[in-house]
Every structure is written in C-alpha cells, then in structure tokens.
Design a protein around this ligand. Structure first.
Ligand code: ADP
Ligand code: MG
Length: 264
C-alpha cells in the first residue's frame, strides 16, 4: 500500500521564547510533532510547562520564535493576517476551561455567532446551531442563557460552537477543569466521537488522568519540551493502511470508560 496518511500538523524545531525583563522564558523548546486527522491527543504537564502556548501555536493565534508550524500543507508563519483569520474561523475550533460563552446570548445564539464570519444566511445558521445542539444533547436548552445552564451544559454549548464551521481541529485547554466527573465523562464521549466519527483532530490539555485516558496518544510537556509518554503505545498512522482507525490503547476499552474516577 503506497498511500500514507498525511499529517494535518507538522511542527519542526518549534521554539517560542518570551522576553520577561532581562530573562528569556522558553515556553516551547525545540518541539517536533506530527498530528494526524482523527487523532485524539492529550497534552499533560505541570502548570507553566508550556501547554497553553503550544495550543496558541497550533491555533494560529501565535507564531513560533523559531521553527515551523505547517497546517494542512501550509506554513502558518508565511500566511498573512487575512489567511490566518480564515483558518481560525473555518478550520480550528477552540474550547476553554471557563467555557467563554457570551452571557447575554442564548445557547443557540452563541453557536450561531461563530458562523457569522462565514457570511451564510441567518436561517441556515439557526438550522445548523439546532443540529449541533442536538448532537451534544441540548435541543431542549437552545433558548437558555448560559446562566441557566450547568457547567457541563455550558461546555457542551462551547463544543457545539467550536464545531459550528466544521473545523478540522478542536483545541481544548483543560476543558473539564471546572467540571464534576459525570460532566467530564459527557464531554469525553463527545470529543471521542468527534475524532472517531467525524475525523476531527482533537488536542486537549489536561491535568486529569481519566481525561488523558480518552486519548489515542498521550504527550507529556516539561519545561517547554514535548515527549510521548513512555507508556504511550502510539504509532504514526502513516505506517498503517489509510482506512484503518488509529490504534486504541487499553484505557479506551468500554470497561475503562464506565469505571468511576474519584480523582476528578
Ligand atoms: P501552561 O499552560 O502549561 O501552564 P503556559 O504556556 O501558559 O504554560 O506558559 C509557559 C511559560 O511561558 C510560563 O513560564 C509562562 O509564564 C510563560 N509565558 C506564557 N505566555 C507568556 C507571555 N505572553 N509573556 C511572557 N511569558 C509568557
Ligand atoms: Mg495553561
């Protein structure tokens, strides 16, 4: 079989330094990484290790000090602002720990707002928002303001919003950091199905072991350096036949999914 799966991201020798006074902080230090369509990848690491900076680079919100971030064959540092804005709107969905919904807009309006930059008809935006809220189990809540929703429900609205324009990637920065274990599991079910059924590349930053256990591949970040966890059994899908799904680690078994996790 000659056909190999192309990576969606290819990072080569990526550094991101910040100058703080006379010191230089190496937030991201010499990272090489390939990420494939349909992969669910967890990035774990202590506070300050560079996880959020990594997501900013992957999300075309920041540029490396050195090295290159190639997304879908395009070197992000060579694109102009309009091209980057277009990639962020169409290809990348963001999910945050604090949900970041607009408090004065309903669930549906929050989702619809993400589609405004793509200039479709309003009726079509509404229809698509209803479809997305249905997919995350919130059809009954579409006219609610965020303040009337639980944390888990707000995060599901945020995922619907992130999916509004059919992105290739979801970047989630500690998406379950403010949630109880049951709501976390609901978020996990949704993120896993986006990767498995829609081929979305999901990259999530987390401190929680059960959350990282959803992932096909677990990466550890320390002092800006990224490495595969030693227990990660991940292999690049380029070595496999293209139609084959990514290998599923033991933590992904249905039995593990159901086990309660008192840690979160
Ligand atoms: P994490 O998300 O793992 O907690 P961050 O990526 O937020 O880590 O930060 C990594 C390091 O880079 C920290 O030392 C942080 O203080 C520093 N840093 C991040 N953003 C900036 C910035 N805009 N200016 C200066 N230092 C920054
Ligand atoms: Mg962070």
């Amino acid at each position: 079989m000659e056909t190999a799966t192309e990576p969606l991201y290819r990072l080569t020798a990526v550094d991101r330094y910040f100058r703080v006074g006379s010191a230089e902080v190496r937030a991201v230090d010499n990272v090489d990484l390939e990420l494939y369509p349909g992969e669910l990848v967890a990035i774990e690491g202590p506070s300050g290790s560079g996880k959020s900076t990594m997501l900013q680079l992957l999300g075309a919100l920041d540029k490396p000090s050195r090295g290159s971030v190639v997304f879908d064959g395009r070197d992000l540092s060579k694109l102009d602002d309009a091209e980057l804005t277009s990639i962020r709107a169409k290809d990348i969905g963001f999910v945050f720990q604090a949900f970041n919904l607009i408090p004065t807009l309903t669930a549906s309006e929050n989702v619809e707002l993400a589609m405004v930059p793509l200039k479709g008809a309003k009726a079509e935006r509404r229809r698509r928002a209803a479809e997305l809220l249905d997919q995350v189990g919130l059809s009954e809540r579409s006219r609610h303001l965020p303040s009337l929703l639980s944390g888990g429900e707000q995060q599901r609205v945020a995922i619907a919003r992130a999916m509004a324009n059919n992105p290739r990637v979801i970047l989630a920065d500690e998406p379950t950091g403010n949630l109880d274990s049951r709501s976390s599991e609901e978020i996990g079910t949704i993120l896993r199905s986006l990767a498995a059924e829609q081929g979305v590349t999901v990259i999530l930053v987390t401190h929680a072991d059960n959350v990282a256990g959803w992932a096909h591949r677990r990466l550890a970040m320390r002092d800006g350096q990224l490495s595969d966890r030693p227990d990660s059994e991940w292999k690049a899908p380029a070595a496999a036949a293209p139609a084959e799904p990514a290998p599923v680690p033991a933590e992904e078994s249905p039995a593990a999914e159901r086990s309660p996790d008192p840690a979160s």
